[in-house]
Write a protein that binds this ligand. Structure first.
Ligand code: GRF
Length: 218
């Protein structure tokens, strides 16, 4: 059988997962979520999956001796669902190169900053501390280097003098919920692919920033 649908990996609240579930339910996303996998038993996103009738699986990383064993078990679990796309929706783990190689070109991540700026954690705090005037969110293909694969979509906003890390987090999250379902559907419809470490949209190589939305508008 041809791989179908998605497996979504989470670690926390799962608001991006919810945006994807809503996209599937509204028809904006054309293929189903085959399973949601969390590395944390208390991830609130698990309840969102169950409410939507999606298999929700906990694969607790603390039960494994090292990253290699965990990643091998995670890969095996994902393969069981034979997805077309693997979606990292707030999955807070560094992935080993062996794991990434198994899904390269069909695994995407959402990051709360304009990559390559502010890789890693605490992006909103760092944006404020550095006096950034523009900030946003990025969907990108996952490669072995952290937060480094080719960008698919970026949505930007202007940082105002009254913004705090919390207000930025809220404003950026709203953009995330907009661009993640878009990128997912592009992939499922074969509109995007990763080639030579760049993203192609409908056969055209995007620039390094990816497709661009300003305040949520193309
Ligand atoms: C999002 O900000 C995402 O960009 C980051 O982790 C957060 C997850 O939020 N990778 P949620 O669990 O989807 O609400």
């Amino acid at each position: 059988m041809t791989p179908q649908g998605m497996v979504v990996l989470i670690s926390g609240g799962g608001t991006n997962l919810q945006a994807i579930i809503d996209g599937v339910e509204s028809g904006a996303i054309s293929q189903p979520i085959a399973a949601v996998i969390s590395n944390k038993a208390d991830a609130k996103g698990l309840a969102r999956a169950s409410r939507a009738g999606i298999p929700a699986v906990i694969l607790d990383h603390t039960a494994f001796g090292d990253r290699a064993h965990y990643d091998a078990a995670l890969a095996e679990l994902i393969h069981r669902f034979d997805p077309k796309l693997v979606v990292l929706a707030g999955f807070m783990r560094i992935l080993s190169a062996d794991f990434v190689a198994q899904f390269e070109g069909r695994m995407i991540n959402i990051h709360p900053a304009l990559l390559p700026e502010f890789k890693g954690l605490h992006t909103h705090e760092r944006a404020i501390a550095e006096g950034a005037t523009r900030h946003g969110a990025t969907v990108h293909f996952v490669t072995a280097a952290l937060d480094d694969g080719p960008n698919i979509i970026q949505a930007t906003l202007s940082v105002t003098s009254s913004d705090t890390p919390d207000t930025l987090a809220t404003r950026v999250l709203a953009l995330e919920h907009q661009i993640f379902p878009m990128a997912i559907e592009w992939f499922l419809q074969n509109n995007i692919c990763m080639k030579d470490n760049r993203c192609y949209l409908n056969g055209l190589c995007l620039d390094a920033n990816g497709y661009h939305l300003e305040n949520g508008t193309p």
